[in-house]
Design a protein around this ligand. Structure first.
Ligand SMILES: Cc1cc2nc3c(=O)[nH]c(=O)nc-3n(C[C@H](O)[C@H](O)[C@H](O)COP(=O)(O)OP(=O)(O)OC[C@H]3O[C@@H](n4cnc5c(N)ncnc54)[C@H](O)[C@@H]3O)c2cc1C
Length: 454
């Protein structure tokens, strides 16, 4: 069977869904090929015995105008649940207890998170010269140079593990946290840059989800795509075909399918992208196969509220590597959104593993569960066993933009230039957050539209 379309989108995570939806909205014929039987990729909501857990991402940070625009176009804007004000309170583990991350200058002066010496060191940041433009530093080297060791250990390191489950000694400041890198480049100082940025226009901000969990968004997009969303259809190879493309795939029940199109948007994880794009040649497919990923296990736990020795008033906590606590951190979903736990109960989601300790995510499920429960027992003064639990393993989970990541971006640009009509999207190159994925897929859809309209 062969179909002729304007565009084939590969991968039905948030990136592929966004690109396919926006192209369909412009009137192009689209097929979105998704290997699994459901839309959403890493976005996966689990409802069980009155609890609602996210097994993948928990919240969307509304940090890009494209997110509002997508939700509005999909008719889902009014369904959004903004996180409770408590979400602004975040904890860092220090000395085995949860310490609030300071929210302002007074809190910063008083916080026990940093020593007086580290606090005074912060003012020197204004005078630390920027790195030479060609230098590519790790996040750890950058933070040590500008802010000092304590900020690396008890602020930036945990933040990096919260976003990338990554290793700050390997992640590239230029590619993994480009906005922070740009502050130094454009303003010569993070503090001066942060003050300047506060004056510019900004998206609404804040964290959100939906009453039925984050999966509402991909389900809604797939529903609007109708027959253009092809679940259980795994792309195997993309070939040049005249001035367009032919994509081979295996459909439901193993049927061999072939699609022709004038454009292809690839929103696949690295290993699949490498395989499917390899017939097109170039450095990108070969190189992206070696993109490192962090492995993560999400551990969802439900307790009766009276089992908790901590108020759980906040977003959750992050655990610095120096604290050796087995977990990367833990979210308090029932403190953020209604409907996450039955009356009298609380929901917790802890994360284990990451780039520094992948072996922790790879342990047998019972070991992951037991060690996580033990860590939380200590940190949150929990009494007794959880009433509900589930371990969801993501191996691989999150791409790591380590030093040298620029070569993948350059190879993708070269492939796109040499293969008009091919566009690379997904979380491989330009940010891993859902906001980054939506932003990138929106830009890719606009480029594909321009190609198809030329
Ligand atoms: C545990 C975890 C927690 C996270 N927490 C957050 C968070 O709180 N907030 C946040 O903003 N981000 C978070 N992230 C990151 C974010 O969820 C991801 O970066 C984002 O969802 C990636 O979307 P994507 O569409 O690019 O890729 P994916 O979601 O990986 O989608 C790729 C799709 O391609 C499909 N596919 C694979 N091979 C083929 C093939 N051959 N043919 C067709 N389809 C194929 C897969 O089945 C999948 O559906 C988290 C990620 C994980 C894993």
């Amino acid at each position: 069977m062969s179909e002729r379309l304007d565009c084939i989108v590969l991968g039905g995570g948030i990136s592929g869904l966004t690109a396919a939806f926006l192209l369909r909205e412009k009137g192009f014929s689209v097929a979105l090929l998704e290997a699994s039987d459901r839309p959403g990729g890493s976005i996966l909501t689990w409802k069980h015995e009155g609890f609602l857990f996210e097994l993948g991402p928990n919240t969307v940070l509304n940090n890009a105008f494209e997110i509002d625009s997508l939700c509005e176009k999909a008719g889902i804007l009014s369904r959004r649940l903004t996180a409770a004000p408590a979400a602004k309170v975040r904890y860092i583990v220090k000395g085995g207890r949860l310490v609030k991350l300071p929210g302002g200058p007074l809190g910063f002066a008083a916080t026990p998170l940093f020593s007086l010496r580290a606090k005074l060191r912060l003012f020197r940041e204004l005078f630390v010269p920027p790195a030479p433009p060609e230098a590519e530093e790790t996040i750890a080297a950058f933070v040590r140079r500008r802010l000092g060791e304590e900020f690396l250990a008890y602020a930036v390191g945990p933040f990096v593990s919260g976003v990338y489950a990554g290793d700050p000694e390997k992640l590239s400041v230029r590619h993994a946290v480009p906005k922070i890198h740009a502050l130094e480049k454009e303003h010569g100082s993070l503090i001066r840059g942060a003050v300047a940025k506060r004056k510019g226009p900004a998206p609404a901000g804040g964290l959100f989800s939906f009453p039925e969990g984050l999966e509402e968004l991909p389900r809604k997009l797939a529903g609007l795509l109708g027959g253009s969303f092809r679940p259980a259809t795994a792309a195997s190879a993309a070939h040049r075909d005249g001035d367009g493309f032919r994509v081979e795939a295996t459909g439901p029940s193993g049927a061999r399918l072939s699609f022709g199109a004038r454009a292809v948007v690839c929103a696949l994880p690295a290993s699949a992208a490498a395989r499917v794009l390899s017939p097109l040649g170039g450095e990108f497919p070969a190189g992206i196969a070696s993109l490192p990923y962090a492995d993560v296990a999400a551990v969802c736990l439900g307790y009766r509220r009276e089992q908790m020795g901590h108020s759980l008033a906040g977003f959750g906590f992050l655990c610095p590597e120096a604290e050796s606590r087995h977990v990367l951190g833990c979210l308090f979903p029932s403190s953020l959104f209604p409907g996450r736990a039955p009356a009298g109960h609380v929901a917790l989601t802890a994360f284990v593993g990451g780039a520094v300790h992948p072996e922790r995510a790879a342990e047998p499920e019972t070991a992951v569960l037991e060690k996580t429960v033990a860590a939380l027992r200590d940190l949150l003064a929990v009494r007794g066993e959880p009433v509900v639990s589930r371990v969801e393993r993501w191996c691989p989970a999150i791409p790591q933009y380590n030093v040298g990541h620029g070569r993948h971006k350059a190879a993708a640009d070269a492939l796109e230039r040499g293969t008009p009509g091919l566009f690379v999207s997904g979380n491989l190159l330009h940010g891993v957050s859902l906001g980054n994925c939506v932003q990138n897929a929106t830009a890719v859809a606009a480029r594909a539209e321009a190609h198809l309209s030329a």
